[in-house]
Design a protein around this ligand. Sequence first.
Ligand code: PBG
Length: 321
Amino acid sequence: MLERPRRNRVSPAIRGLVRETVLSPAHLVLPLFVHESATPHPIPSMPGHARLSIFDLVAVAQEAHKLGVGGVALFPAIADELKDPLGKESKNPDGLLQRAIRALKSEVPHLTVITDVALDPYSSDGHDGVVVDGRIDNALTLPILAEMAVNQARAGADVVAPSDMMDGRVGHIRRALDEAGFTDVLICSYAVKYASAFYGPFRDALDSTPRALDKKTYQMDPANVREAKREIDLDVREGADWLMVKPGLPYADVIRFVRESSSLPVAAYHVSGEYSMLKAAAERGWLNFDQCLLESLVCLRRAGADIIFTYGALEAAKLLR
Ligand code: PBG
């Protein structure tokens, strides 16, 4: 036999030399949940994750930075009494999220801080936009998102990440940031975000399950991929710096499609449900969590993701050390 593909697999060193895809902690973003209380509130459907105080958040962020993780993505668990239909608390310059950003930028200045732009943590309806007569109102939502993004930038966010899927929001946010002088703050657009049931554990974490209606009038239909082209073309024109595909692994074909349709960096979100499935199977002894996590992440990179948001960022960074 002249052709023996196995020769390229004979040793770890040979395999290392011919490896096509590299995964390093610098590609990873760790999503974290923050709340007002001093005691951590574990999230049962996301083993290893909890709502953290700002103090504990800073400690975890320090660890992430030491391990070489590229950034953290922050999600605030807002007290129910502060939620209303217009998400007013998102404008508070001294709100929970703003204090968390300031603490991180002062204690771990070189770690990239990414903040979520969407109404759902602040909305008494649990939706990413304003609900009017049983519909999500695009026009009413845009100025609120723009103000939210500026408020986050003012607190020190490096990257704002609109995850709301309203039409026109990237342009709205870009103009508002520039007018306020935040020309260097990046926009990571959740450009291709699907109406997915894999977000279940995340909604437990924030207690943000919609009170009524689903998110199918703004998030994409899992059956579609051509439509992704339209979403990314718009976001590129409106000034996005990164394009996100979400969820991750079940949508690897979409990641590849976005990779080939644009020259912008592509982010993939290995979402809560993907993480929790691995944890649950590992708890039963059915899968090896560490190996399945690293394999999932390398597959996302191979599919075309530059950046990966994953709840397993700390574990992966330790394994990669
Ligand atoms: C909401 C938001 C969601 C996630 C990130 N931002 C959930 C949703 O759209 O309902 C999901 C993240 C995850 O499941 O890990 N703006």
